[in-house]
Design a protein around this ligand. Structure first.
Ligand SMILES: *Cc1c(COP(=O)(O)O)cnc(C)c1O
Length: 481
């Protein structure tokens, strides 16, 4: 596709504004004035509208098609929360506005949102306090591990290792390593959950804690979860809950009741904002009572007179983890979303997320290999090993789906599954949409036997076909088409 510069034709105009007959009151200094006319594209209004509409159509988004990316809930993007976030009173707030002046007219509402969201997330997770500052799930992990380190430092504990299961999201070991810990990988057993004997052997006195995703990235809930927490507490370790995809257990059980000490949530996966696309995220971190003092500054507190304030005087705090107060707009969307759904609605999120994943799994298990059969939670993992016998890999399945109008699931992850296809339908998709996807997956299986070349050359319908993904990531160039 040509750029607007290539489409430009000299002297073509969209609108011709008349020269203003009001004298400008703005007087720029001479050295700020442009000497030569800017070289801008010259196009008609229609050309411009068509250009950008065409560009927007090339974007695959949750507003256009089904997006079953595993481990990265790409649920719908509720328009109601967008309307609330674009409310002028919130959208135009400056983070340096005073907290109380003008009777608190300026920022009390926003501080109230942060405070109330903290209370709601405490109720949802069973934690004693939250920080809203982390800007992503991984940022929340780092915050949580730094809190873990602060706890051990104050107790004089000499700990240097963090245990992480081999099915973990890659950000877990990265966060622990950045915080200065040695990462020890704990293998999974034949059922796809953490091997208890391996955990017991690894849980030595020098272990600071364990990071766990439950249900894990295979969508499996660990039945030994309480015992795991007890083992780690037995060595004065802390247990970290990766709650990026809380939709699996929302309203059903709480990490705090199970025995976890620290939890991060991805508001941009579970609470209204879709994940992906490089947009802003939010990864609040909650902790149990004994860790509240370590939370980053500032915390929003409610004073006796009912006003809200930012509290900086917190001597044990790990300090700043982000400028200002996090991605406020994302927190605001989550707040509105939680209130919109209410207690009953949140419980139904978990029920529908789990139901949808199991529906897809059941309907596809006769067509694809299932490495860990049984009931899954919010996502299911299939394998294309059967299709590979005809030369069709998980990558070919993914590319074939693009031609059928579906975003591919996550592939080759978790690492412990060969030719992994990790599918997360999410709670917000209808049976009709799931049936369409299931049909497409069955068709791909048929093609893998009858017309593998068609899959090998997919996608044919996308603006670009197969990319060198390493080069695309390393030498990103988004301005040329
Ligand atoms: C997405 C995800 C993360 C990381 O979240 P980001 O916001 O992408 O940094 C961590 N753990 C799990 C299980 C995830 O799915």
């Amino acid at each position: 596709m040509k750029t607007v510069f290539e489409k430009s034709v000299a002297d073509r105009r969209g609108v011709r504004p008349c020269r203003s007959d009001v004298e400008s009151s703005i007087h720029l200094r001479r050295n700020y004035l442009r000497e030569n006319i800017a070289e801008l594209p010259e196009l008609s209004e229609l050309d411009v509208v068509r250009h950008y509409t065409e560009l927007s159509r090339r974007n695959f988004g949750v507003d256009t098609n089904f997006y079953p990316l595993g481990s990265c809930t790409m649920k719908y993007n509720p328009k109601m929360t967008e309307v609330i976030a674009s409310n002028e009173g919130f959208a135009n707030l400056h983070p340096l506005l005073p907290q109380l002046r003008m009777g608190g007219m300026l920022t009390q509402g926003a501080l109230g949102v942060l405070y109330e969201t903290d209370l709601l997330l405490r109720e949802i997770t069973g934690m004693a306090g939250f920080t809203m500052q982390p800007m992503a799930g991984s940022h929340g992990e780092l915050t949580g591990i730094v809190i873990m380190a602060a706890y051990h430092r104050e107790k004089g504990n000499r700990k240097r290792k963090v245990l992480i299961p081999d099915s973990a999201h890659g950000t877990n070991p990265a966060s622990a390593a950045i915080a200065g810990y040695e990462v020890v990988s704990v293998p999974s057993n034949a059922e796809g959950v953490m091997d208890m004997a391996a955990l017991k052997a690894a849980a030595t006195e020098d272990v600071a804690g364990l990071m766990l995703t439950c249900p894990n990235t295979l969508g499996l809930y660990n039945p030994h979860i309480k015992e795991i927490c007890d083992i780690i507490h037995g060595i004065d370790g802390l247990v970290y809950y990766d709650g990026a995809n809380l939709n699996a257990i929302l309203g059903k059980c709480r990490p705090g009741d199970i025995g976890f000490d620290i939890v991060h949530l991805n508001l941009h996966k579970t609470f209204a904002t879709p994940h992906g696309g490089g947009g802003p995220g939010s990864g609040p971190v909650g902790v149990v009572g004994k860790l509240v003092d370590y939370l980053p500054v500032a915390l929003v507190v409610k004073r006796d007179d009912g006003t809200y304030a930012l509290e900086y005087d917190r001597p044990k705090s790990i300090g700043y983890i982000a400028p200002f107060y996090g991605n406020f707009g994302i927190v605001l969307r989550a707040y509105a979303y939680i209130l919109m759904l209410g207690r009953e609605g949140l419980i139904r999120v978990a029920e529908n997320a789990v139901l949808n994943a199991n529906y897809v799994l059941k309907k596809l298990e006769g067509y694809y290999d299932v490495p860990y059969p049984g009931v899954c939670k919010h996502e299911c993992v299939l394998s294309a090993t059967r299709q590979l016998k005809n030369g069709i890999s998980a990558l070919d399945v993914a590319k074939g789906l693009i031609d059928m109008g579906y975003h591919p699931p996550t592939i080759y992850f978790p690492l412990i599954v060969k030719e992994a296809l990790m599918i997360e339908p999410t709670e917000t998709e209808s049976k009709e949409t799931l049936d369409g996807f299931i049909e497409a997956m069955r068709e791909i299986d048929r093609l893998s036997r009858e017309d593998p070349e068609k899959l090998k050359s997919a996608p044919q319908s996308a603006p670009v076909s197969r990319l060198d993904e390493t080069a695309a990531a390393r030498n990103l160039n988004i301005s040329c088409c």
